[in-house]
Write a protein that binds this ligand. Structure first.
Ligand SMILES: Nc1ncnc2c1ncn2[C@@H]1O[C@H](COP(=O)(O)OP(=O)(O)O)[C@@H](O)[C@H]1O
Ligand SMILES: [Mg+2]
Length: 306
């Protein structure tokens, strides 16, 4: 019986809603699955036929250590998704690559650690004169941590936030706040092996009047959603651009595509999640067992060549 490790984090224990359905589907499909924390140094990862990244959410403030762990795992077993994909996808600079490939992304400006916060912010605001609000978030982030929404007249508070992130060695992403999220939420489309599985609606997460979240993840309001044709079309575009950008010969075991509509009503890519996305199995009938079938095939195929 193949043995797989589901990689979580010590701090995520008990918080991953995907875990119970995934473990049940693994047991049903004859996969010996065990949940282990990536930040537990006592684990011997070579004992598993594959290591599947799941709730490793706390890597965002220690990316070098996390990537070093991914590299160690990759040397001794099959890592899902594969290492080059994880390297690329753990930093939201990947959005620039996808924009260059023609994907409609949420308009994004990156601020690097050698830049001056207030100047960078004013340049951004001058580019987006019609945006009443904007978002400051770290380029390496997850679960809305350290992300915050500001009004145009909160320039100094926002510049402070940018400065704090830059001082911590973290690049920053500035985006107009797409207000459609307040009414329509965002749509997350989940693909297994390149095939659409299911989708969910996630309610808005950034309140206008609160400080940046620093919990491991924000509480999310999730419901099942049937994606509209234009969302399916943008998601297809994202997957094609991904394959081209990274030179992937075959589809990835899992991908999640998060979209928000802009002021013209067009869906735009907020995030492409290829590392440790929540897959919301409870909102997709049979989705956990379909996913486990895909994982089994990837494990049998062995390490992914890119
Ligand atoms: N430009 C934006 N417009 C509207 N809402 C946003 C925007 N950027 C982020 N958000 C809100 O913040 C949440 C977290 O941002 P996201 O880019 O998904 O980063 P992560 O999930 O990696 O922390 C989103 O789910 C959304 O609710
Ligand atoms: Mg997100």
């Amino acid at each position: 019986m193949p043995r797989i490790a589901l990689a979580s984090a010590i701090a995520a224990t008990g918080h991953d809603d995907d875990q119970a359905p995934l473990l049940a589907a693994c047991a049903h499909a004859g996969l010996d699955a065990q949940v282990l924390a990536w930040d537990d140094p006592t684990v011997s990862w070579r004992r598993y036929d594959a290591v599947l990244l799941r709730s490793t959410w706390n890597y965002t403030t220690r990316l070098p250590q996390f990537m070093a762990w991914c590299e160690r795992v990759d040397r001794v077993t099959t890592l899902l998704n594969p290492l080059p994909v994880l390297r690329w996808n753990t930093d939201k600079h990947y959005l620039a690559d996808l924009a260059a490939a023609g994907v409609p992304i949420v308009p994004s400006v990156f601020v690097e650690t050698d830049e001056e916060p207030l100047t960078a912010l004013r340049d951004f605001l001058a580019l987006h004169l019609d945006s009443e609000e904007f978002v400051v978030k770290p380029a390496v982030g997850a679960g809305s941590r350290d992300a915050q929404r500001y009004a145009r007249d909160q320039e100094f508070a926002a510049a402070n936030h940018i400065g704090r992130l830059l001082d911590g060695g973290r690049s920053v992403l500035l985006q107009p706040y797409l207000a459609s999220v307040d009414r329509d939420g965002e749509t997350a489309l989940i693909y297994f092996d390149g095939d659409f599985s299911h989708a969910i609606r996630k309610g808005p997460l950034l309140r206008a009047d609160s400080d940046a979240a620093d919990a491991l993840f924000a509480r999310e309001a999730i419901t099942a959603r049937v994606p509209v044709a234009d969302e399916r079309s943008v998601a297809g575009h994202v997957l094609a651009a991904l394959a081209k950008t990274l030179g992937l010969a075959t589809p990835l075991a899992y991908a999640r595509i998060d979209l928000i509509r802009d002021s013209r009503g067009e869906p735009r890519l907020l995030e492409l999640e290829l590392c440790e996305p929540s897959l919301f199995f409870v909102h997709g009938a049979d989705s956990a067992s379909c996913f486990v079938d895909v994982v089994k095939r990837h494990v049998a195929a062995g390490p992914y060549a890119t």
